[in-house]
Design a protein around this ligand. Sequence first.
Ligand code: NAG
Ligand code: NAG
Ligand code: NAG
Ligand code: NAG
Length: 222
Amino acid sequence: MTECNKIILLTATTLFPLASLCHGACVEVDSDTEAVANQGFKLGCISCKMRGEVPATAAVNWYFKASDDDEFSHLYSYEDLIGDVIDPRFYERLDWNGSKQTKDLQDGSIYILNVTYNDTGTYQCRFNRVLMYPNYEFQTNASKTIIINVVPRLTRGMASIFSEVMMYVSIIGLQFWLVVEMVYCYRKIAAAGEEALRESAAEYLAIASESKDNCAGVQVAE
Ligand SMILES: *[C@@H]1O[C@H](CO)[C@@H](O)[C@H](O)[C@H]1NC(C)=O
Ligand SMILES: *[C@@H]1O[C@H](CO)[C@@H](O)[C@H](O)[C@H]1NC(C)=O
Ligand SMILES: *[C@@H]1O[C@H](CO)[C@@H](O)[C@H](O)[C@H]1NC(C)=O
Ligand SMILES: *[C@@H]1O[C@H](CO)[C@@H](O)[C@H](O)[C@H]1NC(C)=O
């Protein structure tokens, strides 16, 4: 395999997962959990259909439990392409952000238009899905729970900051090490070159003196 083929193969294998994403493969991404006050926020909820080839219909219901509530209350429902805000605390503030123009929902996300501190709490989205096989129907349910924290502005987790710093440290460290190694190797090669020159000169001298010695020996023996 030539070097060029290897590179093409590598590119193909690294790009392949992206390509399959582009073709609508369903991936269950977790929702963000930190909402910023007075801004919009997407409550993500994705439930992939296990049997992609089987036609299905799904309804999505959202439930909300504020931080000082004891029980979940019905927040929002989406069925047959119609969304309905049920909780008066969220009137005029919720929009559907999930799968569009289909009853076969896999993305049940909703969007809060203007987040207030009172939106802090636990959200639950429930999928009720009916898989339609040729001779029968099969119901599956899925639910996800998301705990939302409302903050004045976006804070980054310590772990995220730490890993970014470590990334730069390791990149700079590796580059520095590479430069040091290159200088070291260059010097070593240069020194080896001089050494070789010196050695061959010394060898030449040694041969010369040896032959002189031999001559002396011969002279002594005489
Ligand atoms: C969002 O709500 C806050 C307080 O409830 C209000 O002051 C602000 O104007 C609202 N922003 C938008 C874009 O509706
Ligand atoms: C979600 O809904 C909001 C409000 O309607 C809209 O601004 C935003 O573009 C939507 N996002 C997606 C991914 O549909
Ligand atoms: C938040 O909740 C408190 C108490 O329930 C209420 O007095 C206040 O008006 C609410 N604020 C918003 C922005 O809805
Ligand atoms: C799914 O949920 C619906 C309504 O919440 C319920 O009637 C049904 O029994 C559930 N089905 C399964 C298989 O859990």
